[in-house]
Design a protein around this ligand. Sequence first.
Ligand code: F6R
Length: 613
Amino acid sequence: MCGIVAYIGKQEAFPIILKGLKRLEYRGYDSSGIAVVNNDSLNVFKKQGKVAMLEEFVTDKDTSGCIGIGHTRWATHGLPTDANAHPHSSGNEKFALVHNGIIENYAIIKENLINKGHTFLSETDTEVLMHLIEEISTQHDCDLFTAVRLALNEVIGAYAIVVINKENDQELIAARKSSPLVVGIGKGEYFCASDATPIIEFTKNVVYLEDGEIAKLSLKDGLKLKTIKNETKTPFIQKLEMELETLEKGGYDHFMLKEIFEQPKSVQDCMRGRLVLNENKVSLGGILNYKEQIVNAKRIIVIACGTSWHAGLVGEYLFEELARVPVEVEYASEFRYRNPIIYPDDVVIAISQSGETADTLAAIELAKSKGATIVGVCNVVGSSISRATDCGSYTHAGPEIGVASTKAFTAQVTVLTLMAMMIGREKGTISDERFTRLMIDLDNIPHKIESVLKTDAQIQKIADIYKDSPNALFLGRGINFPVALEGALKLKEISYIHAEGYPAAEMKHGPIALIDEEMPTFVVATKDGSYEKVVSNIQEVKARKGKVIAIVTKGDKVVKGIADHVIEIPKTDDMLVPLIATIPMQLLSYHIAVMRNCNVDQPRNLAKSVTVE
Ligand code: F6R
């Protein structure tokens, strides 16, 4: 959701920023823009639509300059028009600003500024912030660093901003609160971006700005950091571990397909050093300091959104079965406004791929204020959520660029499995024999995912049959119910087919009314505790002439005899089935979306990192 890229140094800024914006396209956006300073003039280029349209728009324009700021905007205040696109200039056209987040008190500030003679060209809250900075800089006759700092003391809301001044091409000013911003430190040059992806090919040395920090990136004075309360801070420089290849498609048509096929490796990476077979133990270093609180928790509350929430639901089955601890799984957006009952001996697990989801962050702050222990399960290293939690385990899935989450989900479920096993082992709620069997089965999961990926051609044929269905139903029971929810979410978000996920037995209580010969029902019908029941549910669909596509355990004959299509997956422990049953669902959605000519990696209206509530 919205992306920022900025550059200052000796190279041409525009191409670096343009490339950076392309790297951030995965976050979701509907317009883009870049401003550069060259010989005391500020040149702003903005365009509704994709970055490629901005690129085309500037072909006959002079974009030179060694300092600039760029932005991809996901519309909040006002339509995605050229005028509302960022950067926004000050009234005197001296400064330009890019902004992620929302200025909540913009209306009152705007009214005050209008009374002082300011006029506005857009409907955005960002332009208001730009004019406020201009007003303060004129009133106080101060430098831009000070003007930005004073202005930020007057605003309520969330922001990551970068500002340039046409009269000073030697520095950029950047600040953040509740919206991420990373500063890259090169040789005689600085980069700034919403995440590290635009920076990685230039430098691995980065500083993640903290909430309430403001940075001056100066070619003369280096990197200076303050809080908006004017306290000086020392920048903490970190080394990025990410590799550039992980940001490329690597021969696949789409990032989503690449990421689906990366799952044998991402699950393996997630378990590396944690599933210690020769010592028959699970070791999660990131939560060791809070092991006692976690093992003795009276209750676990999982907070997350979307696909991460589905992973949390799988976690509920895992923790209850293996660690015998009650679990509640909450939508972060509901939890934060519900005045929930939270005790100091509760453990709250916050799951987030991006680590930036605004609702999940706010829910964490609420749980923290009640004294609960907060454990993070994040993919993006150094993200806001990973820093807001007491402890946590990274999923190590590598950058996920496709907006629809795939490998992050299986990595989240892997971490939750490891946690449940570790707690169960400590508490003695899991027998030695089961623990050892689970260790071996978990270790085999990457190979099993590989074998499921080999069914891709068969899945493609099934996709071709159902690609024009306007609706679809997804069913599963027990630990596979969240798999059904996730299957439905994947299909609807990338192919725009209406899809619903249900616990298979719930079908009789309503959704069965939808079944007719047009309606495909995707069912997880693997050989586990609820197999017989699911078989009955499939019979109920078939009795109403519905089409059934079932995911079954290899060698199954019963479902094969009833369903229209079966996709076989290898046998594994019941608790681990979601890790492999999810894969055919992902492939089905992917192929259907491609066949429908949908933009698979950047579905309409969606953002990868949802930084507004
Ligand atoms: C769906 C999807 C979203 C995210 C949700 C939470 O494919 O990607 O539903 O799961 O927006 O995002 P994170 O995990 O970054 O907190």
